[in-house]
Design a binder for this molecule. Structure first.
Ligand SMILES: [Fe+2]
Ligand SMILES: [Fe+2]
Length: 420
């Protein structure tokens, strides 16, 4: 038995999404024509919603644990109704936004295989956007008596969103080169995986049923990103690649802070749990994510070390990588500059816990201070950021917004605690 059934949405919104695709993603037609050539064992791509099964009929977390899940949005009361809408809206915005981002640098893919993979990722993100539209569209109770038509209002807004006005910052950053496609699939899609995983318990059943089919597709996105990052890392090591380790590292430094912020304030998330929308709070999910993304980069480092040191086993390479990074010394010809790392969670943050946002932390999580121990001011931190972020990224609106926020804040006060 298939793990899911399929549904389409009302012709009005189905056609609106097809029109959106023609405008924002015309390359999809090439993928559809060639699907069986590149993916002979995969069922041909189709734009529909996949309705999976619930792990339990009852709500599993929060205030209403044990009660049946909500089938109708209109049965959710007060804040719960609008919080559910906000989560579905944000999810849909990420799906559509990422297509707009990937497309900017699609043609720069170093290999055909990379380009085809990105096309498939984009097509699947479109299906995920469609899936979120289905959640709104199939349930007439999003139109509650005395309220505006929340479903229509939200879908219409989503169809007009461009880079710059998507819900989450990570989806407003334009891609500059193919490194962005790769680092994004590796690190930002991985945040997506955590969100979908957590939302399997969603107390509003249609959202919960949407998660498993989306998750299995996300596996491909993350897997592609990791494979390509490995290829690029090895390419940099052998000098045959397009990007240097320093360039790859700078792209990682730009994306990871925005990925961490997608979880929301690390002290928050209790409301979503109380409503039974998620099974973990923000801080727990964020730290699990952080460990996973570090592991991903360590595996790339292992391959880099094995490229540099002949006939080395993977476990030996892993020990070598750790030793090089812990001691900051060159060992067996492998130096810290040959390897990649994930910046500390406190680095370059503008959302989250008050004591870390806009604070001058370096990539290793050390506070950059003046001689007297006082944290450096905004201008000095900006100069530091310029040395560890990609040049092109510094010209984006995203960075301008950070800069404004940083310089607009009052100078750090001595005596205040700046710890993690
Ligand atoms: Fe997705
Ligand atoms: Fe994805």
């Amino acid at each position: 038995m298939a793990a899911y059934t399929t549904e389409t949405i009302t012709p009005k919104y189905h056609e609106a999404l097809v029109a959106w695709q023609k405008k924002n993603f015309p390359e999809m037609e090439f993928l559809e024509r060639n699907w069986s050539k590149y993916y002979p064992t995969q069922t041909p791509y189709q734009l529909f919603a996949k309705i999976g099964k619930l792990s339990s009929d009852a709500i599993q977390y929060g205030r209403m644990a044990g009660q049946p899940r909500f089938e109708k949005a209109g049965d959710m009361v007060g804040n719960m109704f609008y919080t559910a809408r906000d989560i579905i809206r944000a999810q849909a915005s990420t799906e559509l936004g990422s297509i707009q981002q990937h497309r900017l640098t699609l043609e720069e893919a170093p290999t055909d295989a990379m380009k085809i993979s990105i096309l498939r990722i984009m097509a699947e993100e479109l299906r995920h956007g469609y899936q979120m539209f289905w959640v709104f569209d199939h349930d007439a109770s999003w139109r509650k008596p005395g309220h505006p038509d929340v479903a229509k209002e939200t879908m219409d807004e989503l169809l007009t969103m461009q880079l710059g006005n998507h819900v989450l910052d990570a989806f407003n950053i334009p891609f500059f080169n193919f490194l962005d496609n790769v680092i994004f699939a590796t690190s930002i899609d991985l945040v997506g995986k955590y969100q979908l995983e957590m939302q399997k318990v969603f107390s509003y059943a249609p959202m919960a049923r949407s998660m498993s089919p989306m998750l299995s597709e996300e596996g491909y996105h993350i897997g592609s990103g990791r494979g390509f990052l490995k290829e690029l890392g090895i390419g940099a090591t052998t000098d045959r690649g397009r990007y240097s380790i320093e360039e790859i590292q700078k792209a990682i430094n730009a994306w990871i802070p925005r990925g961490l912020e997608m979880f929301g304030n690390e002290r928050g998330g209790e409301t979503a749990m109380a409503f039974g929308f998620k099974d973990r709070n923000n801080g727990t999910a964020q730290s699990e994510y952080y460990s996973e993304v570090r592991e991903v980069v360590e595996l790339v480092n292992v391959e880099i070390a094995r490229t540099k040191v002949k006939d080395m086993t993977a476990p030996d390479a892993r020990s070598l990588v750790r030793e090089v990074q812990d001691t900051a010394e060159t060992i067996q010809g492998v130096s810290p500059r040959d390897l990649l790392y994930i910046p500390d969670p406190k680095f370059f943050r503008h959302r989250g816990m008050e004591e870390i946002i806009f604070m001058p932390y370096d990539v290793h999580g050390n506070l950059i201070t003046e001689d007297g121990g006082r944290p450096v001011g905004g201008e000095k931190y900006l100069a530091y950021l310029k040395s560890v972020l990609p040049d092109y990224y510094l010209a984006t609106k995203d960075f301008a917004k950070y800069r404004e926020g940083l310089l607009g804040r009052e100078a750090p006060q001595p005596g205040k605690s700046y710890g993690w």
